[in-house]
Write a protein that binds this ligand. Sequence first.
Ligand SMILES: Cc1ncc(CN)c(N)n1
Length: 219
Amino acid sequence: MTWCKSAWQKAQPIYDQIVIMPFIKGMIDGTLDQSKFNFYIAQDARYLENFGRALALIAARAHRKDHVLDFIRFAEGAIVVESALHAGYLSGQDGAKKIEVSPACHHYNSYLISTAAIAPVEIAMAAVLPCFWVYKEVGDYIFEHQNKNGNPYQAWINTYSGTDFGIVVNKAILICDEIAATCTPRQRDAMTEAFLTGCQLEWMFWDSAWRLEKWPVMA
Ligand SMILES: Cc1ncc(CN)c(N)n1
């Protein structure tokens, strides 16, 4: 079995919990409270900047030249394409850009940047894989089950269930399998651990938006 298939099998319980989250159910039927979605999208704009920087760091550290180019393109996709989707949603929000980064977003950003900067590069690649793969699976799931009648979250659903994003995700999966095939069992285990941490952080990100998460103590 490929590393990716085995890692996804281990992540399946987390994925199963993601698709039943109230936030995801609200996107499926289009009833998600607008304030929760606005919170999510404003946090996600801050996340995407850091995700893009993490991908650029991995590009700089990748051993293979084709992987350097792939990660440069991934970084561009996060900063240009995904951010454009967010800009569309954010344009209607007053002062959304001034929002304070939530604890979950802060934690996820720090994990991505520190792992991309100093972890062995195969672990860094595994750590960012859920950012691609979980979103594709969740996007497809929402697309299949969605209420299409005036769903306000249609642009989001179309982006993450779309074929363009699917091509990028398949590439990220392929790269991780190529790298894992050159690793020792111990290195592959460390990749799996990083992948599972990323999946948990994806769950936490949606959960934090549902709760409009605040810091327990204010500055
Ligand atoms: C938190 C999160 N994770 C992943 C994605 C998809 N790149 C996203 N937009 N936001």
